[in-house]
Write a protein that binds this ligand. Sequence first.
Ligand SMILES: *Cc1c(COP(=O)(O)O)cnc(C)c1O
Length: 332
Amino acid sequence: MAAFGTEFMPKMALARFENNKWSDAELVSSDSISMHPAAHVLHYSSTCFEGLKAFRHEDGSVHVFRMDQNIKRLAQSSRFLYLPEIDEVQVAKMIVDSVAQFATEVPVPPGSMYLRPTHIGTEAAVGKAAAPSDTSMLFVLLSPVGDYFTGGAKALRLLLDETGMRCAPHMGMIKSGGNYASALGPITKAKAEVQADQVLFCPNGDVQETGAANFLLIDGNEILTKGLDSSFLHGVTRSSILTLAADMGMTVTERDLTVAELIERAAKPEVEAVLSGTAAVLTSVGTFIHKDKEYKVGTGKPGPIADKLRQALNDIQWGKAEDKHNWLTKIV
Ligand SMILES: *Cc1c(COP(=O)(O)O)cnc(C)c1O
C-alpha cells in the first residue's frame, strides 16, 4: 500500500463561506482546488484541519469514530483562528455523505479510511496580515490507509527538548498548519543529530506532547498524562484511551509532569511510555534522549499494557467489542 496519506478518493465534499453564509456542500473532484494567489491562508496561515477515521466491520457496515469530538475541535480551531464559524451540522453531513459515497472503498482492518476535514481562509487580500479572512473553504478529503505498523511495531526514540517549543503557547489547542511548520526545525534537527524519531516538547521541564501526538506514561496500574490546558492539542485518542483505562480499573492521573520525574520513573522495569493519535493509535516509546544521555524506558520494548489498551480501542473501532460509550456513527 502507498505511504500513509498519499492516496485519495477521487471526489470530496466542499462548501464555501461567502457573503456571510455557507454554500450548499458539493461533491467535487479532489485533484485540485482553485483559489486566488493572494488567498489569506497562503500568506497568513488561516488554516485548521481534523483527522478521523472510518472503519469497516465484519458484517460490511462502515462506522466513523468519535465524529462529534472532531467536529467540535474543528469548530474550536476555526474560532481561535477567527475563521468563519463552521456549521457543525453541515460538516457532519459532509463527512457522512462522502464516506457513504465511498463506503465500498473503506479498507478492512487493520486498514481504515482516514478523513481530513480542512478549513482555510480564501479572501484575496494580502493587506489583511492583521485581520481575519471574510471568506473560507471547507473540504473533506478521504484517504484509504493500511496498517500504520507495516514491518512491525518498534519502540521509538524520543528527544526530550526543554528549550524549544512546539508552537506559540496560545496556539497549542488549535489543530493548525502553522504549528507543524513551527515544530519542523527542531524535529528535523533531532532526527539528524541524535537519530531521534520524534521530539517530546517539554518547555522549562513541562512535559507536553510531540509534533503530532500526545504523550502518556504507564506505571503499573496508573496511567499518567498532562492535564488539559491551552498549551497542547487535546487528542481524541488521548481521551478515549483514558476512558478505556478507567473502564479497566486503572488509575487515571491528569496533571503536570516534569522531565525529572519522567526520567526517574522510566528506570522502573514495568514502566511504559506511549504516544497517542488517530493515525497510529498508540506507539510505544523505548528510549528517552536527554542532554546527550540515553535512558531506556522500562524494558525499552513495546509493553503489554500499551498492547492491551490499543487492542481495546481497536476492538471497538472494528466492531469486535461493545461500543459502550457510543463512539461510533454508522454510515452504511
Ligand atoms: C492531531 C494531534 C494529536 C492527536 O489527536 P487525536 O485526536 O488523538 O488524533 C496530538 N497532538 C497534536 C499536535 C496533533 O496535531
